[in-house]
Design a binder for this molecule. Sequence first.
Ligand code: PLP
Length: 325
Amino acid sequence: MTSAVAAEPGATTPVIAALAYHDGQFVPLEQAQVPVSTQALQYGTGVFEGIRAYVQADGGLAVFRGHDHYLRFLRSARTLRIDVGLDAEHLCEVTAELLRRTGATTDMYVRPLAYKRALLPGTPPGVQLTGVSDALSINAFRMGSYSDRGGIRVAISSWRRPQSAVLPVRAKVTGGYVNNALAVDEARAAGYDDAILLNSRGQVAEASTSNVFAVVRGRLVTPPVTADLLEGITRDTVVTLAADLLDVDTAFHDLGRDDLCDAEEVFLTGTGAEIVPVTEIGGRPVGDGVPGPLTTALTTAYSEVVRGKDQRYQHWLQPVGSATD
Ligand SMILES: Cc1ncc(COP(=O)(O)O)c(C=O)c1O
């Protein structure tokens, strides 16, 4: 089968799948368009996910924790009164079919997006969640590991993570990412790689698109859900692997700036970033300024699990199969 993964102009490696699932059909990516009147474009009323599919030992692709991502997707959609029209099982099937049809043979990143589209007849213009049609698109990109395993430098952002009384922070809402984009922009302008955002109480919430872990006085700590963070699937994976494989329990409690100053290790977790060591925060080295032993052990365990090398976690992997299966 010919691969439907196209090359970026000038690139020798394919980067973006030329197919999308759009309005219930698999279509060439250029046909997956929305009009400028799209409500979600104007008001940020969409929800999305980021899911990875990894090449396994047999050369095939498997989606990692797709079902869990789609459960969060459906919870996010419910918050915005978006009817996705498919349950998590069917969304997993559509995703596998999309990846099969692209013929992709490299690690991929899947981006489902459910959004408010057009005013229904009789609905007056305005910012609203009812009286507006819903839509679903899924597309996929080629994406290998991009995080710097040697460690990144992060700033503490002057932008605060909104509290849940301001924005539904546990839902992955497109409009909410203005906050994240501003934090990244500020951090990069100051020469950092990423930003850690504090919540309205001045405690660590999360980084721009990942959760934060720290080893403080020998204890692995991550902020609790009440710290106004997105409950990461990777965060959950890391908590599970730390307990199962390394006999390390995670404490869920608030992290302050002083904890970050004291920490022996800090790392970020996210589907895109995977596990990334933080070696400097706001101009101060974290611990010895190099990735710590627990971060390194978790990174190794994580990469084995996502590639199906640890039989105990096969239930997190959904083989995509080939177009001829
Ligand atoms: C704001 C934010 N926090 C945390 C995460 C990490 O979540 P996950 O591990 O499910 O990718 C993400 C990425 O989805 C994110 O965008």
